[in-house]
Design a protein around this ligand. Sequence first.
Ligand code: GDP
Length: 295
Amino acid sequence: MFDNLSEKLDKALHVLKGHGQITEINVAETLKEVRRALLDADVNFKIAKSFTNRVKEKALGENVLTTLQPGQLMVKIVKDELTELMGGDAAGVNLSGNPSVILMSGLQGSGKTTFSGKLANYLKNKKTKKPLLVACDVYRPAAINQLHVVGEQIGVEVYSEEGNQDPVAIAKNAVAHAKKNGCNVVIVDTAGRLAVDEQMMTEIANIHKAISPEETLFVVDSMTGQDAVNTAKAFNDVLNFDGVILTKLDGDTRGGAAISIKSVVDKPIKFIGTGEKMEAIDVFYPSRMADRILG
Ligand code: GDP
């Protein structure tokens, strides 16, 4: 995960980590390389710039030039800032409702249906949760089918209404069905499109209004780099969502989305998807991710 970024940051910090003399000049040089590494990983220019400025301020504040182990201190400062940038503490999902309603949003192909299954499976394994999956993509019968296949695989009921073209009504009916049948979590999978468009946004906003979810999650493919951040912004403007799910982190992603999203929409990344299988779900811990990136 993020091998390229790890390698470049390691290289950038190498001089300071070594035993060479630490000077203001090579601190500046190092930060320039850190910035370049972030930009190469698809981190937005402004974010990369303010990141290195903060690291510089901290480094000067902590007198990095005069400490005994300046290299280690610099690595620590960069790691702390990276953790902060990705969200600080891990954020859980709100499951206080009965049932707790979780609405999935995102573009087509981002991994919504797969993640809906993963989350249902994850919660089901917690024993106290009985999830219901809801298929609200009325445009693509294949998507409804896909959710049924997933549900069968993990042993979770899937609610769908054949012939009903009104996703708002389906979502409402599903919540009523959950109440009647003792399901305490309702995960609503919705229709996405290939790009942000008004109809999709209006539809998801209407579903959101109708079922007042405890959690609205935005699912995004981390492979889409800076686009992931732009899409997040567009969905957040409409839904004011609660958290982000970053999928496909097992692929050849450069990491920019994971690093940038929190600072652009100010919403935490809650889970990551690390494969196609139902078990490939992890709670997102910013500090663990920073540890991973900085080796
Ligand atoms: P949706 O259109 O948003 O519902 O997206 P899908 O759930 O159908 O996912 C689109 C494709 O991405 C499918 O082939 C999934 O198997 C794949 N996929 C989803 N999540 C992940 C992930 O975390 N890692 C990998 N490698 N593939 C994923």
